[in-house]
Design a protein around this ligand. Structure first.
Ligand SMILES: *[C@@H]1O[C@H](CO)[C@@H](O)[C@H](O)[C@H]1NC(C)=O
Length: 368
């Protein structure tokens, strides 16, 4: 006879408890126990219940705990937020060993058997027991039915096949309360005296290309793109006296912002008003005073009489507007590429792939 002491812990928090009963089966390397149920007790939130499981022969190392939630006649069928299960074996003496089986899931009567494994992270290559390999496979198969891929739009990453947050269920929902209005964050915008004083200066425009919220567009150029028809003669007033475009290209003091990626993107209509998008090219010069300044702006990709190159020597409002169109395109790239695509859309791809391909015991799943 071998006696195991099993502790079932219910999570803290409202509605974590249940009126259901739980059947517990221990699965060891040398056999399974009979299922034992928690009788005439309710699992209330924050509680720990202990039951004794007796096996005729030692089970070996206990590697899985099987739980099954069952309604009790006359009581409502409530889900149970199980925190974890602990299994103690070997009596009260020195050899007593306690194994820990984390859960932190909302279990339902409709789930049938749920099998928890102990908390030691491991990859499939270091898995030695066949029952644990099978457990991994079952978990993944199960998840793959629940989390499927959907095509969000042609040419962009796929997303999870769900229409709302609801099907994610309580297991995957945030439990943390949001911290209310983010006043600190808003305050940061109100007190930007330096920006208010310098926003229209060329050197601040250049500074923002490196130190603003989107430093991803600027690159050094050693030759000009064929669709930006600028010449030394045009740019002479903005370069040092004895220098030339060719010389500065060679020196590596010229930089380019090229927003070709937004070319042809259909602009929105906002409140019934058609919006417009430029796909500019902007050439910048890193001067001997250590300032980075724009020296030529073409608002669209294809050169022509309708698409002139603006210069710092143009009338001030023209040059300022040209810079504003560049910043507008920059904002679109920042929001659509760095933010929406690379943060949200790719984040969802990694999350969905992790849920579908890695069992919870995998170290990378734990990181996620
Ligand atoms: C939570 O996860 C467990 C284990 O994967 C699953 O059996 C159960 O149905 C999930 N609970 C809900 C409410 O989706």
């Amino acid at each position: 006879m071998e006696v195991y002491v099993v502790t079932l812990r219910t999570a803290q928090g409202p509605r974590s408890g249940t009126y259901c009963t739980v059947l517990v089966t221990l699965i060891g390397t040398s056999g399974e126990s009979q299922p034992v149920s928690l009788e005439r007790e309710h699992l209330i939130s924050g509680s720990a219940h202990t039951i004794t499981v007796t096996a005729e022969r030692p089970l070996g190392a206990v590697v899985l705990v099987r739980l099954r939630l069952q309604t009790q006649p006359g009581f409502p069928d409530l889900d149970w937020h199980c925190q974890d299960v602990e299994v103690g074996a070997g009596g009260g003496g020195k050899e007593r060993q306690v194994d820990h089986f984390p859960c932190n899931k909302w279990l339902r009567t409709a789930d049938g058997d749920i099998e928890l494994r102990n908390g030691q992270v491991c990859t499939v290559n270091s898995e030695t027991l066949q029952i644990l390999k099978d457990h991994r496979m079952r978990e993944i198969k199960n998840k793959q039915q629940h989390f499927r891929w959907r095509t969000f739009a042609q040419g962009v990453p796929n997303c999870v096949d769900m229409d709302s947050l609801k099907p994610l269920g309580p297991n995957l929902s945030y439990t943390r309360q949001s911290p209310g209005t983010e006043l600190q964050y808003l305050r940061g915008f109100a007190d930007r005296a330096y920006v208010q004083a310098h926003w229209s200066e060329d050197s601040f425009f250049g500074y923002q290309c490196l130190n603003g919220c989107n430093p991803m567009m600027i690159s050094q150029v050693h030759s000009l793109p064929p669709n930006l028809p600028v010449t030394t003669d045009m740019l002479r007033p903005f370069l040092p006296q004895a220098s030339s475009l060719e010389l500065e290209l060679e020196r590596g003091t010229l930089f380019l912002l090229d927003y070709k990626v937004v070319e042809g993107v259909p602009p929105n209509t906002v409140n019934g008003q058609q919006q417009y998008l430029a796909a500019p090219l902007c050439l910048l010069y890193y001067n001997q005073q250590g300032e980075l300044k724009p020296i030529a702006i073409q608002l669209q990709q294809t050169p022509g009489p309708e698409n002139p190159v603006f210069l710092p020597s143009d009338p001030e409002p023209d040059w300022l507007l040209a810079k504003m169109w560049v910043r507008c395109a920059d904002f679109q790239c920042h929001q659509l590429i760095s933010h929406f695509l690379v943060t949200h859309l790719l984040g969802e791809v990694y999350c969905t792939a992790t849920l579908r391909q890695l069992p919870e015991i995998h170290p990378l799943h734990q990181v996620g």
